[in-house]
Design a binder for this molecule. Structure first.
Ligand code: SF4
Length: 730
């Protein structure tokens, strides 16, 4: 039996994998502070990914995308990729080759991939799909607190709350075990939809505020307005721990509740009631999610919620706080270690001369050899194959043909590449545009660390060897680096060695892992003791799990360190302890104070019009994860949520000539999606909702708007103007 963590979301629920009577691995939930023995449907069925019949086990190669793929051996595939990358660099310069990573990659992969891009390719053109996911909250957290760790306190702190306001988050569907922490008697849910979380809030006597998509910033201003008028602010906290309140207030003063009601559609009485509930409670939290972030004003929207939290005196306190709920499995660690266009490992800025010096010295190169910042994710995808844009891309752990905004355009760009290389364990929709597909190991077939939504670094243990023919991402990075002329010792391919290096390189950085890497080291320091590529179970090495985990586990192997789980929260300097709760004494700005940011409502980039009279918003459903490339291949999940639905109010359906169960054509200025009609009286009449997990004609991102936030460069997934039409039955 192996104890490990779920392959999907940022809760990183713990589980055991053990052989069932048929010899396959089965999932059993494990105790862990985030999931406390619970798993969602996705976690329960995660082992099925390991035996999917659609598994890739041979590299595939074709010289042009009009021809058929041919299976080839690894040397042939890697030689071809390295040769073409080198050619394109020679002809067009180093930025001709780009890399696109993922918030699902382990910390070790994120780190080594960034190093590969900057040293082996010399390219600035690297970014990742986390840009679509958390970048607005990260930017807002950095500017308010001086440091971004999504949830700067343990999830268990929420258990003592009297009131929790959730803005743009739906954990009851996206990460159900988290609801075990949201036991506050009063939940206030801000979401244009009556989500599963909103239903739970109402069932408990809490509130659901349903603003028009794209207006949540104004709602936050309205709540702050009421809180001040009703003397609910923490004036001492504002004076002692913050700066900028007066300037920020100037942008709030005019947002009387009735004005907010006109814009958002949320009744003024509800705004008053919510502000009082939040302002008068003893222990309270404000949590934000993608619903606030995925806007062209996403950073300012998150800042508006942080301003409210600061005015009420919540951040940096025990028993109250502000946090952002990270989505992807390694959404937090994935943005800290160098696969982001503007960052170096340890959450250092790539344009910071001191940071460049430190990282370059650690890597044994001159700082001048490190490229500068590159394009953000959508801008990178949109530049592929264009004048001055990259001619090649290596894609890992992501599926932008389905998950990128304006996906029709992105698929067109992918098709224009001279070299498109995809590393994946199944043939995702993005592979359809590839020249080379590299079959790589998946979660339980390799070791690595993930940083969950609390900033807690945890070890994913290896339970089974990869099937014959499959390599790990770290091995592939090393092989390509060597073929591109890098010294082999610069690119270790063992996760433990990479983690040790990551720890050393991040020492003294904002995201300091130097203490964590030592605490999470395996005693045997190497790979599993099972035979290579057997595809069979791994004979467990003396593996380490944090003591906090080990206390609840019977047979996980020897614990290599007496550390407590609390020491695994970054920052964790090698000569100090970890930091479960940030900002208790001071914030990370030089003066120790948090910043109020003056923010103004800006309309979404696209408004409803006579041609496109409705607004579409997108999100997740219980059974699927991200682009669905994994979960659509799990039969139970595919059966539960087999296709795209479009959720709408009965009046909206009637106006469009649609009935429940009909097939609807949803059209925006960018494309069309076919979806099954689901009618719910709790929808807003001006808004429809679609999940984004499906491909082909049902891809919701055919509709979405790539308008970018000016700071985070996050696209506006949450607001697209659309029209509905019935699709005649055959
Ligand atoms: Fe837990 Fe998320 Fe996995 Fe569900 S998908 S079991 S909530 S980690």
């Amino acid at each position: 039996m192996t104890r490990t963590h779920c392959p999907y979301c940022a809760l990183q629920c713990a589980m055991h994998l053990e052989p069932d009577p048929s010899g396959n691995l089965a999932v059993r939930p494990a105790q862990f502070p985030t999931n406390r023995g619970g798993l969602c449907r996705k976690g329960w069925t995660a082992a099925e990914l390991l035996t999917t019949p659609e598994r890739l086990t041979t590299p595939l190669l074709r010289t042009d995308t009009s021809s058929e793929f041919q299976p080839v051996d690894w040397d042939t595939a890697l030689d071809h990729v390295a040769r073409r990358m080198a050619q394109l660099r020679r002809f067009h310069g180093p930025d001709a080759v780009s890399v696109f990573g993922s918030g699902g990659l382990t910390n070790e992969k994120s780190y080594l991939l960034g190093k590969f891009a900057r040293l082996a390719l010399g390219t600035s053109q690297i970014d990742y799909n986390g840009r679509f996911c958390m970048s607005s909250a990260a930017a807002a957290g950095n500017r308010a607190f001086g440091l971004d760790r999504g949830m700067p306190f343990p999830l268990s702190d929420l258990g003592g709350a009297e009131v929790v306001l959730l803005a743009g988050a739906n954990p009851a569907a996206t990460m159900p075990p988290m609801m075990g922490h949201l036991t506050a008697p009063t939940l206030i849910v801000v979401d244009p939809r009556r989500s599963a979380t909103a239903e739970q809030a109402l069932a408990r006597g809490g509130m659901h505020l349903a603003p028009r998509p794209g207006t949540d910033l104004a709602l936050a201003l309205g709540l702050l307005h009421v809180a001040r008028v009703e003397n609910l602010l923490d004036e001492d906290y504002i004076a002692e721990r913050t700066t900028g309140f007066s300037e920020a207030w100037r942008h709030v003063a005019a947002w009387w509740p009735h004005r907010v009601e006109q814009l958002t559609g949320v009744p003024a009485a509800d705004i008053h009631a919510a502000a009082r509930l939040l302002g008068q409670a003893g222990s309270r939290y404000i949590l934000t999610g993608r619903g606030c972030e995925q806007h062209s004003s996403g950073v300012d929207t998150v800042s508006a919620w942080i301003n409210l939290a600061l005015a009420l005196g919540l951040p940096g306190r025990v028993g109250s706080g502000y946090g952002c709920i990270t989505g992807q499995g390694n959404g937090q660690g994935g943005r800290e270690h160098g696969q982001k266009a503007d960052q170096l490992p340890g959450y250092r800025r790539i344009d910071d001369p001191e940071a460049r010096d430190r990282v370059a010295t650690a890597w044994g190169v001159d700082a001048g050899e490190l490229p500068g910042p590159g394009r953000s994710a959508f801008e990178l995808l949109d530049a592929l194959g264009q004048d001055q844009g990259p001619r090649a891309m290596w894609l890992l752990g992501s599926n932008p043909a389905v998950s990128a905004p304006d996906a029709v355009r992105v698929r067109r760009r992918l098709a224009e590449l001279d070299l498109f290389v995809v590393s994946d364990f199944v043939f995702s929709e993005s592979c359809e545009y590839a020249h080379v597909v590299l079959p790589v190991a998946q979660w339980a077939e390799e070791r690595g660390t993930m940083t969950n939504l609390e900033g807690r670094v945890l070890r994913r243990n290896q339970a089974v060897n990869p099937p014959a023919g499959v390599r790990t991402d770290l091995e592939v990075i090393r092989e390509l680096a060597v073929r591109l002329g890098q010294p082999a010792e610069r690119f270790p391919s063992e996760a433990d060695a990479v983690l040790t290096e990551l720890g050393a390189v991040t020492r003294g950085a904002p995201a300091d892992y130097s203490g964590i890497s030592a605490r999470l080291a395996y005693r045997d320091g190497g790979r599993s003791t099972a035979g290579p590529s057997s595809g069979g179970p791994v004979a467990q090495p003396a593996s380490y799990v944090a003591a906090e985990d080990a206390a609840s586990v019977e047979s996980t192997g020897e614990v290599a360190s007496p550390d407590t789980g609390n020491e695994l929260y970054w920052p964790a300097p090698v000569d100090g302890s970890g930091t479960p709760r940030l900002f208790l004494d001071s914030f990370a700005h030089p003066d120790g104070r948090a910043r109020f940011l003056p923010v103004e409502h800006r309309p979404a980039a696209e408004a409803a019009s006579p041609t496109f009279p409705l607004l579409a918003t997108t999100g997740r459903v219980l059974g699927h994860y991200q682009s669905g490339a994994q979960t659509r291949r799990v039969p139970e999940l595919a059966a539960a949520d087999p296709e795209t639905v479009v959720e709408m109010h009965p009046d909206t359906a009637a106006r469009s000539g649609l009935r429940s169960g009909d097939q609807a054509r949803v059209t925006s200025a960018r494309g069309t999606t076919l979806a099954r009609v689901r009618i719910t009286a709790h929808s807003r009449r001006d808004t429809v909702f679609l999940p984004f997990h499906f491909a082909g004609a049902g891809a919701a991102n055919n509709l979405t708007n790539p308008a970018l936030d000016p700071t985070s460069r996050m696209p506006e997934f949450k607001v697209s103007a659309v029209r509905l039409e019935p699709v005649p039955a055959d």
